[in-house]
Design a protein around this ligand. Structure first.
Ligand code: SF4
Length: 698
């Protein structure tokens, strides 16, 4: 029987971008259990993470007081500190001491080297209000646009293509629109694992008659429900998609009226794909010409086709090109701007959409206003009453390079764990350790925090109130259920205290004040008031005025581009930055697994989730295991040109022969030591989905 709770508090799941609403059942300061709540995105459903991944908040390793690195203790980027060893490198400090030290060191770096010698990484785990204040602090307090977050590692390339093509980086239709689609096209995504409740809506739609196309180098659970499953060769996305575009144009399955009235660039696109016949592309992508034709016809001729994609599309050096092709597919067939159609890049973190909207990106102010646009610069200078730099800042990987080049010397990292999530980790950790001064604000002594000079104990999701924007552009209110432990503080208070230490005259007395300022900065959410959020809990943007219910489906009449038309941008097939050879013959694909979340700092400390998946594993096809004389369960060694790790082998028929899939959540086998830091030229996203490795039996 359930232990009775003192109270229940309605909030939002802290994990994926689906944004399930939930209810915490609380006794004293302890969360007893979590139940699904009837939210627009989940209708009461929760996956295993949402339901059981909450007791990390009560974990004994929670940070409960500010920590300052002990004098003379050097930062070791090779053997990172175990959280249990915290006292060997850090000593406790008061908030006053920690904040004074931070203010002094940041000011010193700024006065000696200039504001561009400082940088900040915020987090998609932050609320919108925290993300907004964090980027404002970096731009106005540090005096630089060097501010970024994990969107750079997630959908930066999708956003680059969407902004270029249709003038908006967000989704056109909510996930729930699969219920109104005749055809659902899921590519480079594994929603059963990464957006589990969203996957249930896709499966329901298929049960109700929708046709499902799944395209992925790995066969996922969703493929069982597919009308067509295209297991294309990893890295050949553009070849596959150009073949579909070719068939649609060649067979005149295009929507000519839509193309003429609402797009530009069709002739260039047509010329670009004229040679991309299914026969020519088949040898590159591995899908038969007949199957390519069948899928192109199915997608183009349905009454409503929707495309959903994930990081299999975005995390490539040609990620922007991949997304350009998907945008072209929707535009030339007129499959956008109506219910059941459109483009939906499935967002990873629960607030990666909101953090990006709030300006946690180096080239844009809130609401995607370019920092190099003089009008936008003036607008924000007036709003924030401070001169601003018009130089786009450094992205995540560029920041690491700048540290090692000696141009970035101080950093403030809030809730992000680049010592686990960045590509080529040995290089990234070396960079973090090389900083003159690093402040990390988090709830645990993460791998990144172990390289800090000052560690600030922050609040976990259930310990604070704030808004979070899900993958559907739905702004939802998360509410505080319990108090932070010890001297851990609200993140908003910490950000404001650091800003005040830097001399900024910030006096936000409530979340509502921050949210009101965001509404003044961001047209998209003008109609969403704090009062409405408290009453309705979820409101979709764009929302123009207080009586507006918001627009779940956008681009119904025009695109938010200067002339209202979308732009078709051709893409040519090109190979990954590093391809297999005789020394490193396997392709490494990294990603997530159902039970663990990103770098594992929360879910690996959630008892149920850790009990289900306690050990790092690499997934290989049984044929490869046999050829290497490896049994499932054996310890193996994976090696690339950049590093090596050891972990357990697991047999997986869904992973194609010649490929290895590894989740990136295990610190003891940090797969990003092997990944390649090559970047997509437009989105600046690293190629997490493809590099060359060797597999050895230990
Ligand atoms: Fe949380 Fe995503 Fe699972 Fe919903 S589907 S419970 S938002 S992790």
């Amino acid at each position: 029987a359930h232990q009775p709770a003192d109270k229940t508090v309605d909030s939002v799941c802290p994990y994926c971008g689906v944004g399930c609403q939930l209810t915490y059942h609380v006794k004293g300061n302890t969360i007893l259990r979590v139940e699904g709540r009837k939210g627009p995105a989940n209708e009461g459903r929760l996956c295993v993470k949402g339901r059981y991944g909450f007791d990390y908040v009560h974990h004994e390793q929670r940070l409960t007081q500010p920590l300052v690195r002990r004098e003379g203790v050097t930062k070791n980027p090779v053997d990172l500190l175990d959280p249990e060893q915290v006292n060997s490198a850090f000593r406790p400090a008061t908030w006053d001491e920690a904040l004074a030290l931070i203010a002094g060191r940041f000011k010193q770096i700024k006065s000696t080297h200039g504001g561009h010698a400082l940088a900040g990484f915020g987090s998609a785990k932050c609320s919108n209000e925290e993300a907004y204040l964090f980027q404002k602090l970096v731009r106005t307090g540090f005096g630089t646009n060097n501010v970024d977050h994990c969107t750079r590692l997630c959908h930066a390339s999708s956003v680059a293509a969407l902004l270029e093509g249709i003038g908006s980086g967000a989704v056109s239709n909510p996930v729930m629109d699969v219920n109104q689609a005749e055809v659902i096209f899921v590519i480079g995504a594994n929603p059963t694992v990464n957006h589990p409740v969203g996957a249930t809506w896709i499966k329901n739609a298929v049960k109700n008659g929708a046709k499902l196309i799944v395209a992925d180098p790995r066969r996922s659970d969703l493929a069982r429900h597919a009308t067509h499953f295209l297991q294309f060769k990893a890295d050949s996305d553009v070849a596959l998609l150009n073949a579909l575009l070719h068939v649609i144009i060649e067979e005149k399955l295009i929507d000519r009226e839509f193309i003429e009235q609402r797009t530009e660039g069709f002739d260039d696109l047509k010329a670009n794909v004229s040679a991309c016949t299914p026969e020519a592309m088949s040898s590159i992508c591995g899908i038969s010409p007949a199957e390519l034709r069948a899928v192109a016809r199915l997608y183009a001729t349905s009454s409503a086709s929707i495309i959903l994609w994930g990081m299999g599309i975005s995390q490539h050096t040609h990620g922007t090109d991949n997304a350009r092709c998907l945008i072209s597919l929707a535009l030339i067939t007129g499959q956008i701007g109506r219910p059941g159609t459109g483009l939906h890049p499935l967002r990873g973190q629960n607030n990666v959409q909101g953090a990006s909207d709030a300006g946690l990106i180096p080239m844009m102010y809130p609401d995607y206003q370019q920092v190099c646009n003089p009008e936008a610069q003036q607008r924000f200078e007036a709003l924030w009453n401070t001169p601003l730099s018009n130089t786009p800042g450094l992205t995540v990987v560029e920041t690491m390079q700048a540290i090692l080049a000696g141009t970035v010397k101080g950093m403030y990292i809030l809730g992000e764990n680049p010592a686990m999530s960045d590509p080529d980790l040995n290089h990234a950790r070396k960079a973090l350790a090389a900083l003159d001064f690093l402040v990390v604000q988090d709830i645990f002594l993460t791998e990144t925090a172990s390289l800090a000079d000052v560690v600030l104990p922050a609040s976990a999701f259930p310990e604070k109130t704030g808004t979070f924007t899900n993958t559907d552009r739905l702004v939802q209110l998360g509410q505080q259920a319990i108090h932070p432990p010890g001297q851990a503080r609200q993140d908003l208070w910490i950000i404001q205290s650091i800003a005040q230490g830097l001399g900024l005259d910030w006096q936000y007395n409530s979340l509502e004040e921050v949210f009101d300022e965001m509404r003044r900065a961001m047209h998209s959410i003008e109609g969403i008031t704090w009062q409405r959020l408290q009453g309705e809990h979820a409101l979709v943007y764009p929302c123009a005025h207080e009586g507006d219910i918001g627009q779940a489906v956008v681009f119904t009449e025009h695109f938010p581009t200067p002339n209202g038309k979308a732009r078709l941008v051709p893409a040519r097939y090109r190979k990954a930055a590093e391809t297999p050879d005789s020394e490193f013959p396997f392709v490494l694909i990294t990603g997530r697994q159902l039970e663990h979340w990103h770098t594992g700092s929360m879910t690996r400390r959630a008892s149920v989730l850790d009990a289900i998946e306690p050990e790092p594993t690499a997934l290989l096809h049984p044929e490869d295991l046999k050829a290497l004389n490896i049994e499932a369960g054996n310890t193996i060694r994976l090696q690339s040109r950049r590093g090596e790790i050891q972990l357990f082998a697991r047999a997986d028929t869904g992973t194609p022969p010649g490929h290895v899939f590894v989740p990136f959540c295990y610190a003891e086998a940090a797969i990003n030591k092997l990944t390649h830091a090559a970047l997509d030229p437009d989105g600046k996203i690293p190629e997490f989905k493809y590099c060359a490795i060797a597999v050895h039996k230990k």
